[in-house]
Design a protein around this ligand. Structure first.
Ligand SMILES: C[S@@+](CC[C@H](N)C(=O)[O-])C[C@H]1O[C@@H](n2cnc3c(N)ncnc32)[C@H](O)[C@@H]1O
Length: 327
């Protein structure tokens, strides 16, 4: 979970599983469920269907050690292997810290003895994930099935390549959503990008084979507007809907706007969408009711959409990304 959202995540867990659940803070964005908690399957299910939005990564703790008391690597490996139902052919090892360092040394520490046991070690893409969080004081080792981990990145911190082609930081949010939720954009589809300027999401949609209608009174970066598969409609979403005749397979909405209003705009989009059209929306959060407002916005959305996921992704700041299908 993001540091600012730690308390929100704890509230969500208690709302979902009862006020007796006790969570203690391990570091800035890392918490540990210590008493009366749900099973990891129940917790993952609540996160995967959007009931809990402010958690990004899950693991089951195998051990926590003071930095000077970390057992030798081969003992850690025994600890990990003892928890697995069978000897694995491969394991992902994901390490992170609360400081500037990458935590990479623990990856290399575990890699050697795991390889000696005939286990291929990678950073992602395996059925089981070893999580290793290192702070200045403690090292925590966890293990979880990938399908219950929420993300295949260390602590849910997806890293995407920076490049000169990028036109906005917002691009990362859509890329992360597409990867995290394995979104399938229809090949040759028509996509509507609401709040498109300067064109980062439009660029990503183009990379995924969409013809894009980019609606925003603001300008698009020249590299985006020069693309013949992009139609910049230089107006507001409301005005666009009054004139539009096209039906879309995908709608994305990154508009800077109050969450409820943004959800209402999504309802206005419905007559312009094919049934089952994919929707990706960011609800800008914060304010006095940081949990309540996105919940109300999602209730508005539910009138005409089926919500498939809602999560504060690594590249979201003070906002949630919601994935839904038009009904
Ligand atoms: C965070 S920016 C979008 C960034 C964009 N997704 C990208 O990747 O480049 C938010 C945009 O919402 C637009 N916006 C706000 N209200 C709008 C409305 N009613 N209709 C269309 N766009 C709107 C703003 O003009 C602004 O460009």
């Amino acid at each position: 979970m993001a540091t600012d959202s730690y308390d929100l995540a704890v509230c969500e867990i208690r709302d979902e599983f009862g006020a007796r659940v006790k969570v203690e803070r391990v570091s800035g964005d890392l918490g540990r469920v210590v008493e009366n908690g749900p099973s990891i399957e129940e917790l993952a299910a609540a996160c995967n269907d959007g009931r809990i939005a402010f958690i990004r990564h899950l693991t089951t703790e195998l051990g926590s050690f003071g930095v000077s008391e970390v057992p030798p690597a081969h003992e850690l490996v025994e600890l990990i292997l003892a928890e697995l139902p069978r000897h694995p052919q491969a394991l992902a090892v994901q390490t992170w810290t609360d400081g500037a360092s990458s935590g990479g040394s623990y990856y290399h520490l575990l890699e050697g003895p795991l390889s000696e046991r005939g286990i291929e070690v990678g950073r992602a893409g395996h059925e089981y994930v070893v999580s290793c969080f290192a702070s200045k004081k403690n090292v925590l080792i966890g293990l979880n099935r990938l399908d219950l981990s929420l993300s295949d990145w260390p602590g849910g911190r997806m890293r995407l390549a920076r490049s000169d082609d990028r036109v906005s930081r917002s691009e990362f949010k859509l890329e992360e959503a597409i990867e995290t939720f394995a979104l399938d954009l229809p090949s040759g589809g028509k996509a509507l990008d609401l709040g498109a300027s300067p064109g980062g999401w439009t660029r990503i949609l183009r990379q995924h084979g969409q013809e894009v209608w980019s609606v925003d009174p603001g300008d698009l970066d020249r590299r985006v507007s020069a693309d013949r598969g992009v139609h910049h409609v230089n107006t507001t979403a409301g005005e666009f809907f009054r004139r539009n005749q096209t039906r879309f397979d995908v709608v994305v909405n990154d508009m800077r706007m109050d969450q409820i209003l943004s959800a209402r705009v999504m309802l206005d989009a419905i007559p312009h969408l094919h049934r089952d059209a994919l929707a990706v929306v960011t609800f800008k959060g914060g304010g006095r009711n940081p949990l309540d407002a996105p919940r109300r916005a999602m209730d508005v959305l539910r009138k005409n959409y089926t919500i498939q996921a809602a999560r504060q992704l690594h590249h979201n700041r003070n906002e949630l990304t919601v994935i839904a299908r038009a009904r």
